[in-house]
Design a protein around this ligand. Structure first.
Ligand code: AKB
Length: 338
C-alpha cells in the first residue's frame, strides 16, 4: 500500500504551531500531520489529516507515523524554552536534544526510504548567543551567526547543539561507512528572535515579557514586566516568523550558503513596548518588577542580529516593523480576540 506524502509538524500545539498550521493548510496542497503531547487548539483539527498525541521520544509512535505517511518535510517545533529549561534542565535536554536527535534520525530513515532528502526546518533561537556583559552587548552591533556562540541557558546550549546535529546529519552522517549516507536530511535552521503573536501566548520563554505585556493589557489585567525598561532584544511578529519558516523550507537549495540563518525585524526596549501598549490600551496597568535571574538571561542575548545572509540567499524580508506590527497586526487582531 502506498503511503500518503505529508508535511509533519512536531510541537504543533505550541504558539508557532497554531499559525503554521493555518498558513500551510491554505498555501500547501500536501496534507499536514501533527504531533504533540497536547491536543490541537479548537478549530485546527479540521485543517490537519491526523493529529497524534504523544512524544517525539516515543519510537513506536514515530514508526506508526512512518508506516502510514511518507514524510517530505518536517517542521520540528517541539521544545522546552529558556525559562522552563532553567527550572528543569534535564527535561529540557531530553526534549530539546534527544528529541531533536530522534527526529533527525527519523528524517534520515525516511530520506533513505524514499530516495530524496527530507527538508527539516529547525527553529533555533537568539538564545544560542551568550554575550558576556552589557558593555560587550552595547558594542556588539548587529551580531552575525558565528559570533558569541557561548549560550548560558540549557535551552541555548541545546539549540546551538541541535544546529550542529542538523549540520552533521545533512553533511557528515556515518561518513566512514562504505555507502554514502549523508545528505538524506536537508537541514535548514532559523535563529528566531522573541516572537509576538496576537493569537497565542508563549510559555516558559524569557522573551515572554513583550507578548505577556500586550495580552495582559488587552484583557484589562495588570502586568509587572520582569526586565528593566532599557532591556533591548530583537522581536518579530508571528506572521513574519511563519512566512520565514515556509520561505526557507521551500527555498532553492543551491542558493543556500549556510544551514542556519539569523532573521531580524525590530528591536524595541521593554519601555518602547510599554509605551505603545499604553497608547493602544490607555487603562493598561504596567509596572516593572525586575527578576534578576531572567534579566541576566536576556542581557546575554544580542540587541540586534545581522540577517543579511537570509535576505540575500532566500529573500527574507519581514512585512512588519515595530510600528506596523502593532498598528496593522497586534492591536487589531488582539481586539478581536478578547
Ligand atoms: C525564549 O524566550 O526562550 C524563546 C526564544 C527567544 O527562543 N522565546
Amino acid at each position: 500500500m502506498s503511503r500518503t506524502p505529508v508535511i509533519l509538524i512536531t510541537g504543533a500545539s505550541g504558539e508557532i504551531g497554531h499559525g503554521l498550521i493555518e498558513r500551510l493548510s491554505t498555501s500547501q496542497k500536501k496534507p499536514i500531520v501533527t504531533l504533540d503531547l497536547a491536543p490541537l487548539a479548537p478549530g485546527l483539527s479540521s485543517k490537519v489529516r491526523q493529529h497524534y498525541i504523544g512524544s517525539i521520544l516515543d519510537s513506536t509512535l514515530l514508526d506508526r507515523i512512518l508506516a502510514e505517511f511518507e514524510i517530505d518535510m518536517i517542521f520540528h517545533l517541539a521544545a522546552v524554552l529558556s525559562t522552563g529549561g532553567e527550572f528543569a534542565p534535564l527535561v529540557a535536554h531530553k526534549v530539546n536534544v534527544e528529541g531533536t536527535l530522534a527526529m533527525l534520525e527519523f528524517a534520515q530513515r525516511e530520506g533513505e526510504s524514499h530516495g530524496r532528502p527530507v527538508v527539516f526546518l529547525y527553529p533555533s533561537s537568539i538564545a544560542a548567543y551568550g554575550i558576556p556583559n552589557l558593555k560587550a552587548k552595547a558594542e556588539a552591533g548587529r551580531v552575525r551567526e558565528e559570533q558569541f556562540n557561548t549560550p548560558t541557558t540549557m535551552y541555548g546550549c541545546n539549540k546551538l547543539y541541535g544546529e550542529h546535529l542538523g549540520i552533521y546529519y545533512a553533511g557528515h552522517y556515518k561518513q566512514l561507512s562504505e555507502t554514502p549516507l549523508a545528505g538524506k536530511v536537508d537541514f535548514r535552521g532559523i535563529r528566531f528572535p522573541g516572537l509576538i503573536s496576537a493569537i497565542t501566548l508563549p510559555s516558559g520563554g524569557t522573551s515572554d515579557f513583550a507578548p505577556e505585556m500586550i495580552h495582559a493589557a488587552a484583557q484589562g489585567k495588570p502586568y509587572a514586566c520582569f526586565v528593566r525598561p532599557d532591556t533591548r532584544i530583537p522581536f518579530m511578529a508571528m506572521p513574519d516568523a511563519i512566512e520565514a519558516m515556509i520561505k526557507l523550507a521551500l527555498a532553492d537549495k543551491s542558493k543556500l550558503s549556510r544551514h542556519v540563518y539569523n532573521i531580524d525585524a525590530f528591536s524595541p526596549t521593554a519601555e518602547d513596548v510599554a509605551a505603545v501598549v499604553r497608547k493602544a490600551f490607555p487603562k493598561a496597568e504596567l509596572s516593572t518588577v525586575v527578576d534578576t535571574k531572567r534579566q541576566g538571561i536576556v542581557d546575554t542575548w544580542p540587541a540586534e542580529v545581522d540577517d543579511s545572509t537570509a535576505r540575500r540567499d532566500w529573500g527574507f524580508e519581514p512585512r512588519y516593523n515595530f510600528t506596523k506590527a502593532f498598528e496593522e497586526y497586534l492591536i487589531p487582531t488582539i481586539h478581536q480576540r478578547y
